[in-house]
Write a protein that binds this ligand. Structure first.
Ligand code: SAH
Ligand code: MG
Length: 214
């Protein structure tokens, strides 16, 4: 129903340019991060400008002080999340690749938020144990390897406080192969039906899961 004014995903071609003109969500700091990440050879898979703003506003609205990000890349989304932190807040972000983490460190420094962020290098599932004592957490953002999503969700179930927020990117992505589609679908099913979360799925870019821990 393309003419349904209450359609789930608002894909009218005029909307993006309208909001772009209104907000200019990618400021000079974020534009520099995107350009420097590309120049360093990082894959072009950071959140887009609109989702960057969505992350910041959701995190501010949640009043999150203790945050986790899984999948740092060049630090684009980490800067968006860190901008939402109060002075005494902290973000732990996890990245497998040392080269990505190095770009991210520079991004966080240039954005003036490096003192509020710790980058942990290595497989997130192993490194997350290092920060458990700092929990429970107010907000977790998942955006790393999709195969790991079910394990990251299990971790979040243990370490997000009641009332805390879970965000997960790319939950509508057509993953490579049937197996990955099944993994993401199982993640979405568990988020929707475990009874541990009140979940919704925002039709942004390729899908942002947004849930509150019950
Ligand atoms: N959140 C970033 C984009 C992340 S892209 C942004 O929007 O700016 C996904 C990142 O997850 C890549 O940098 C990749 O190296 C990292 N990654 C993949 N597998 C991982 C793992 N097991 N542990 C931690 N990071 C991983
Ligand atoms: Mg993503």
């Amino acid at each position: 129903m393309p003419d349904d004014p209450k359609a789930y995903a608002a894909d009218h071609p005029a909307i993006a340019p309208y909001v772009e003109a209104l907000l200019a969500p990618e400021d000079a700091v974020l534009a520099e991060i995107r350009a420097r990440s590309a120049a360093a050879g990082l894959p072009d898979i950071a959140v887009g400008p609109f989702d960057g703003r969505h992350l910041e506003v959701i995190a501010r609205s949640a009043g999150a002080k203790r945050m986790i990000e899984v999948g740092t890349l060049g630090g684009y989304s980490a800067v968006c999340l860190a901008r939402a932190l109060p002075d005494d807040g902290h973000l732990h972000t996890f990245e497998l690749e040392a080269a990505h983490a190095q770009v991210a460190r520079e991004s966080l420094r240039l954005a003036g938020v490096l003192d509020k962020v710790t980058i942990h290098v290595g497989p997130a599932l192993e490194r997350l144990a290092d920060v458990e004592a700092d929990g429970p957490f107010d907000l977790v953002f998942l955006d790393a390897d999709k195969a790991g999503y079910p394990d990251y969700l299990a971790w979040a179930e243990q370490h997000v406080r009641p009332g805390g927020t879970l965000l997960a990117d790319n939950v509508f992505r057509k993953p490579r192969g049937r197996e990955m589609a099944d993994v993401i679908h199982a993640f979405n099913e568990r988020l929707a039906h475990s009874g541990l979360w009140r979940a919704t799925f925002l039709p942004l870019e390729d899908g942002l899961a947004f849930a509150v821990r019950l």
